[in-house]
Design a binder for this molecule. Structure first.
Ligand code: CTP
Length: 404
């Protein structure tokens, strides 16, 4: 558990998104983190100190001078800032961002930011026009230039009723980003994973296409796990048929539609990648000709001429350089091991992840049962979540990658 025992200082400023901070505190505490909370006076309008004190298990600090015990005491912001291994300002209002960027210090939260020696993370949250305002952009750039991390402010519904960029990153995202910060595994730090995932679509005419039922869930689990372990991910992704989540800037997504586009994008990304995982369910055939107008069904019923799509994994296998690890998938319905061995040899991979198309495994399910087929044998895994299967695959890479 990468957050176990980690000392995280949460600084809350006065934005409506402060109502989500109790959830963040809970997530961090559930992961074993030691959490303390400081608030600006304005933040108290949006979430009570009592709620945050109860959830964090520590008194919430609000003022430089503390008079709550009937005695006047000095809240030593230097000690609090020194205690923290990470300082998170969430929600970060335009006012707090502007003051911190320019070194102003008229409340406890700002004094913590100015005295922090640990990494500082900002979760900006404001209305879209305030977020887009040039001074706000410049202030965020100033914070970045000081080495602070600024988390994305996704687009969506805002408290004003308007819709646009400026929402606070969700508590789950912040929790994951902190796990990622503390959890980097040395194997993956500085390494790049090239990943293909999802289905491809091969157009018959402007409204019809050939595809398959791939959900891309296995690919998503691999991207998330690699990100969590500290890798950079170059993710060439076929059409996503459900809502996406927010990714940190360690994950670079190239959205493609057809096998041809995926082939070209993957080969462009091969150079400089250390590990390649081809998880995509690529359509094996495409129509020989693309009709530019919708064809009457009678015309299609007489048959569509098909030609094979490029084999992306095979091209990657042919062009890989020594030291790059290459893993493919094989989704089978029978005689899996022999077929996977054939693919291993034909496509020049180091391992083939064999899985079967059943209700609990393969496409669109949340669970999978994988075997890693290599020239040396077969490592069988249990029925498990796709997240656990992704961990098994990346663990295999860590054990088997050539040492530089
Ligand atoms: N693959 C690929 N490009 C293709 C077809 C497959 O990159 N045009 C990759 C898949 O991403 C997977 C592996 O090759 O990693 C095996 O895919 P699969 O569909 O099981 O194999 P095929 O080569 O299509 O063989 P077959 O359909 O005959 O089983």
């Amino acid at each position: 558990m990468s957050l176990q025992g980690r000392r995280i200082l949460l600084a809350v400023s006065g934005g409506i998104a402060a109502y989500k901070i109790p959830l963040l505190v809970r997530l961090l505490r559930q992961s074993g983190a030691d959490v303390r909370v400081a608030m600006t006076p304005a933040a108290e309008e949006f979430v009570t100190p009592l709620t945050l004190a109860a959830l964090s298990g520590s008194p919430v600090e609000r003022h430089l001078v503390n008079q709550t015990t009937g005695r006047t005491a000095w809240n030593n912001h230097v000690h609090m800032a020194e205690w923290a291994e990470a300082l998170v300002v969430a929600p970060a209002t335009s006012n707090t961002i502007a003051k911190a960027a320019h070194g102003l210090c008229d409340n406890l939260v700002l004094s913590l930011v100015l005295s922090a020696k640990c990494p500082v993370f900002w979760a900006p949250a404001m209305d879209l026009d305030m977020y887009a305002y040039p001074a706000t952009r410049a202030n965020l750039d100033l914070l970045r230039a000081m080495g602070h991390s600024v988390w994305p402010s996704p687009e969506g519904e805002l408290a004003s009723g308007l819709s646009g960029a400026g929402r606070m990153s969700e508590p789950e995202f912040m929790h994951r980003a902190l796990e990622l910060h503390f959890g980097t595994r040395s194997f993956w730090s500085g390494k790049t994973l090239l990943l293909t995932s999802g289905p491809t679509e091969e157009s018959i005419d402007p409204v019809r296409f050939i595809s398959n039922g791939s959900s891309g869930k296995m690919g998503e689990a691999l991207a998330a796990e690699a990100e969590l372990r500290g890798a950079k991910v170059r993710w060439i992704r076929g059409p996503l048929r459900r809502a996406d989540r927010t990714w940190t800037d360690r994950v670079h997504i190239t959205s493609v539609r057809s096998a041809g586009e995926m082939h070209d994008a993957a080969l462009r990304a091969l150079e400089g990648s250390d590990v390649v995982i081809a998880a995509a369910a690529v359509a094996d055939f495409k129509p020989a000709e693309l009709r530019t107008t919708k064809s009457p069904k009678g015309e299609l019923a007489s048959g569509i001429n098909l030609v094979p799509t490029p084999d992306i994994l095979q091209s990657l296998g042919a062009q890989r350089r020594p030291g790059q690890v290459l893993i493919g998938f094989a989704l089978e319905t029978g005689n899996g091991v022999d077929s996977a061995r054939g693919k291993l040899a034909r496509k020049g991979a180091d391992a083939i992840v064999l899985n079967y198309a059943t209700a609990e495994t393969g496409m669109d399910s949340d669970t999978n049962q994988i075997s890693l087929v290599t020239a040396n044998g077969v490592e069988e895994g249990p029925l498990e979540s796709k997240v656990a299967a992704a961990q098994r695959i990346l663990d295999w890479v860590e054990r088997n990658a050539p040492t530089a």
